[in-house]
Write a new protein. Structure first.
Length: 273
């Protein structure tokens, strides 16, 4: 006679119910701001080794431009345009040129695969990298602005406006630089686009608008850094028109949001390929 365990008998009080299968609970999605702060700190630490050469090259380039222009510009609105444009060129050098190179190399070497595996939103990767690179432009921009004001005899009263101009112009240019690097099919093309963008910011931002032909002025109005240059240049007057300054900064902010959104879309597109 075979013995059957009582646990398997129907209706038995000792019968054990099989546990129902439940879906495993996933961890909460990473929020944007904590992820952004983590990516920013990581990128800041990574780029720190190149900080001194970066600051030297960007600042020396802008200071050299002002020294060269001092021989042909005496003062007035032209001097204001030269100082303001040279200061923003420091931002453009990093945000357009270096950031385009960085994302172009990242895409070519498969570095985007690493970021794609991290539980962070795509916007945090783009914003964190852009913010880290733009942070290195602050000392060079301030040094360039102070040197230019002393060189051309301009007032330092409203130098604090750079606290708004640098991040807003930097955001607009960083979005373009990141988009260049992520959309370019090859890193060499990303480098070329970044250098062309920086050259446009240099030529169209430093040269006084009054001396430009009308077609070139239209191109200048399409460049996001132009509005950062205009906002800074307006503060050199004895009684600045703060409404116009705020309008220029608002344009920088709007272009910055749009360009960073395009860069985020480009990151998603490149990461899934």
């Amino acid at each position: 006679m075979s013995v059957v365990p009582a646990e398997v008998l129907p209706g038995s009080a000792l019968a054990v119910e099989e546990p129902t299968a439940t879906a495993a609970e996933l961890g909460p999605r990473a929020r944007l701001w904590p992820s952004l702060a983590a990516v920013y700190r990581a990128q800041l630490s990574r780029a720190r080794v190149a900080r001194i050469p970066l600051l030297f090259v960007a600042t020396f380039q802008s200071v050299g431009i002002m020294v060269m222009m001092r021989g042909v510009v005496d003062g007035g609105s032209e001097a204001q345009a030269v100082v303001a444009g040279s200061s923003i060129v420091v931002v453009a050098y990093v945000a357009l040129n270096l950031l385009a190179q960085y994302f172009g190399q990242l895409r070519a070497t498969g570095g985007l695969d690493h970021y794609a595996t991290l539980p962070v939103p795509p916007a945090a990767v783009v914003l964190g990298a852009a913010g880290a690179y733009a942070s290195f432009t602050v000392p060079g921009t301030v040094v360039t602005a102070v040197f230019g004001c002393v060189l051309f005899g301009l007032p330092l009263t409203h130098l604090w406006i750079l606290l708004a101009v640098i991040p807003l112009a930097g955001a607009a240019l960083s979005g373009l630089g990141a988009a260049f690097g992520l959309l370019a099919p090859r890193p060499e093309l990303a480098t070329l686009l970044g250098q062309l963008g920086m050259s446009a910011a240099l030529l169209l931002g430093v040269l006084p608008a009054e001396r430009m032909p009308e077609p070139v002025r239209l191109l200048r109005d399409l460049l996001p850094s132009t509005y950062g240059v205009e906002a800074y240049a307006r503060t050199f007057s004895a009684h600045p028109d703060w409404a116009l300054v705020a309008g220029d900064l608002a344009v920088c902010a709007g272009v910055g949001v749009l360009s960073l959104a395009v860069a985020t879309w480009a990151y998603r597109r490149a990461a899934v390929r």
